[in-house]
Design a protein around this ligand. Structure first.
Ligand SMILES: [Ca+2]
Ligand SMILES: [Ca+2]
Length: 350
C-alpha cells in the first residue's frame, strides 16, 4: 500500500506519468464515471490515499489530477511544452490547453486576474481549461477534475461554481436561467479592420470579445462562434469567470496579431471579419440555441481602421449591442501597430 502510494506520488512528479496514472485509476466511460465504478467525491481514490507522512499538499493534488479524460486531446498534453506559434490557420487541437502539471506561480491565480496583468505582453490563452465532465451536480466536495485554479463546478460545497451556458449555480446545483442561453453571453467588442504590418495578413490581427454578465462562471465548451464566412466551436471545457471577458482571436502569433493580449480562444481562418458589414453570432451549435448576435454595418456603426467597435460599458447586454449607436471606436492603444481597443478588459467609451 505504501509502496504503491509512493509510486503514485513519484509518478505524479512527472507530468505525463501522473495523467496516465490517474486515468488508469479512474475507470471511465467516455469521460463519465461508470455506474459501478463512480469516483466518490472524496477527491482521492480510496486505494491511493497516501499515509499522513506522505500526503501531498492540496495544490499538488489539484495540479496532478488535471482530470484530463479520454475525450480531451492528449497530444499536446503529453508533449513537452511547446511555445512555437502556428503561423497560419490554427486548428482545434492547437488551442493551447492549460498547463495542468507545473504550478505557475508567476501567473495570477485566476483568469480574471490575468486581464489586469500589466506585465509583459502575454499571448497565452486563458489558463482555465478544465476537463470535460458532464456528470450531474454532486453534493460532496468538488472532484479535483472539476476544478482548475480555484474554478470548480457548481456543487453544494461550491455554490458559486461554474455551470454550462444558460445555467446558473443555485443552491449548489446548475439550473436553467429564465431566458436559457439567450443573452447569457454578450459580444462586447469587435476588431474587424485592424492595422497590420506591411506585407502582413490583414485578418491575423482580428479579434472579438465575449462577456459573461452573470454571477456564475460559465463553461464555454460547445459554444459556436460564427460570422458570414464560417464558424468555430469551442472544443474543450473552458471556464469564463463571472463578469469576465474572453478574447477570440485569429492567431496567437504576436508578430501577426500585432501584440494582441489576453487571448482566450484561437479560431484561425474559420472566421474572417469583414471590414464593412458582417456579424458575430454565438450559439450552442444550432440556430435555436442562439446566445447573442451582433450585425454591424458600414454605416451607423463605428468604422475606423485600427479601432475596435467597442460596446458602451453602460450597454453590456445582448439587446443593446444590436444598435450601432451603442458602440464607439476603441481608444486605448495596445500592441505594435497603434491598434486601439480593450481586448479582455473592461470597455471604455467617451
Ligand atoms: Ca445582440
Ligand atoms: Ca473590452
Amino acid at each position: 500500500m505504501v509502496r504503491s502510494s509512493l509510486a503514485l506520488v513519484v509518478g505524479c512528479a512527472l507530468a505525463s506519468g501522473c495523467l496516465l496514472e490517474w486515468d488508469r485509476l479512474r475507470a471511465t466511460d467516455g469521460g463519465r464515471p461508470m455506474p459501478d465504478t463512480a469516483v466518490e467525491d472524496t477527491g482521492v481514490p480510496e486505494d491511493t490515499e497516501p499515509p499522513p507522512d506522505t500526503r501531498v499538499p492540496p495544490e499538488d493534488t489539484a495540479v496532478v489530477d488535471s482530470g484530463v479524460d479520454s475525450r480531451v486531446d492528449m497530444g499536446p498534453e503529453l508533449a513537452p511544452p511547446d511555445t512555437t506559434v502556428p503561423d497560419t490557420m490554427v486548428p482545434v487541437d492547437t488551442m493551447i490547453p492549460a498547463d495542468t502539471r507545473v504550478p505557475d506561480t508567476a501567473m495570477p491565480d485566476t483568469a480574471m486576474d490575468s486581464r489586469v496583468d500589466t506585465s509583459a505582453p502575454d499571448t497565452t490563452p486563458m489558463d482555465t481549461f478544465v476537463p470535460v465532465d458532464t456528470a450531474p451536480a454532486d453534493t460532496g466536495p468538488p472532484d479535483a477534475g472539476d476544478c482548475f485554479r480555484g474554478l470548480c463546478r457548481c456543487s453544494a460545497m461550491n455554490p458559486t461554481g461554474w455551470c454550462m451556458v444558460g445555467e446558473g449555480c443555485s443552491s449548489g446545483a446548475c439550473v436553467r436561467l429564465p431566458g436559457g442561453v439567450v443573452g447569457a453571453l454578450v459580444v462586447t467588442e469587435v476588431m474587424s479592420d485592424p492595422n497590420y504590418p506591411a506585407g502582413g495578413n490583414a485578418s491575423a490581427p482580428e479579434w472579438f470579445e465575449v462577456y459573461n454578465p452573470g454571477p456564475t462562471p460559465v463553461n464555454l465548451q460547445g459554444m459556436r462562434v460564427s460570422d458570414n464566412s464560417g464558424s468555430y466551436s469551442v472544443p474543450a471545457a473552458l471556464i469564463l469567470p463571472a463578469r469576465a471577458y474572453a478574447v477570440f482571436a485569429y492567431t496567437l502569433d504576436p508578430a501577426l496579431n500585432t501584440g494582441l493580449r489576453n487571448i482566450t480562444v484561437v479560431y484561425g481562418s474559420a472566421i474572417l471579419l469583414a471590414n464593412g458589414a458582417d456579424r458575430v453570432v454565438l450559439d450552442m451549435g444550432t440556430p435555436t440555441t442562439e446566445i447573442d448576435r451582433v450585425e454591424y454595418a458600414s454605416t451607423g456603426w463605428p468604422n475606423m481602421r485600427g479601432r475596435s467597435k467597442t460596446l458602451n460599458p453602460t450597454s453590456l447586454n445582448a439587446m443593446d449591442n444590436n444598435t450601432g449607436s451603442n458602440w464607439c471606436n476603441g481608444a486605448r492603444m495596445y500592441g505594435t501597430e497603434m491598434n486601439m481597443g480593450t481586448p479582455g478588459e473592461a470597455n471604455t467609451c467617451p
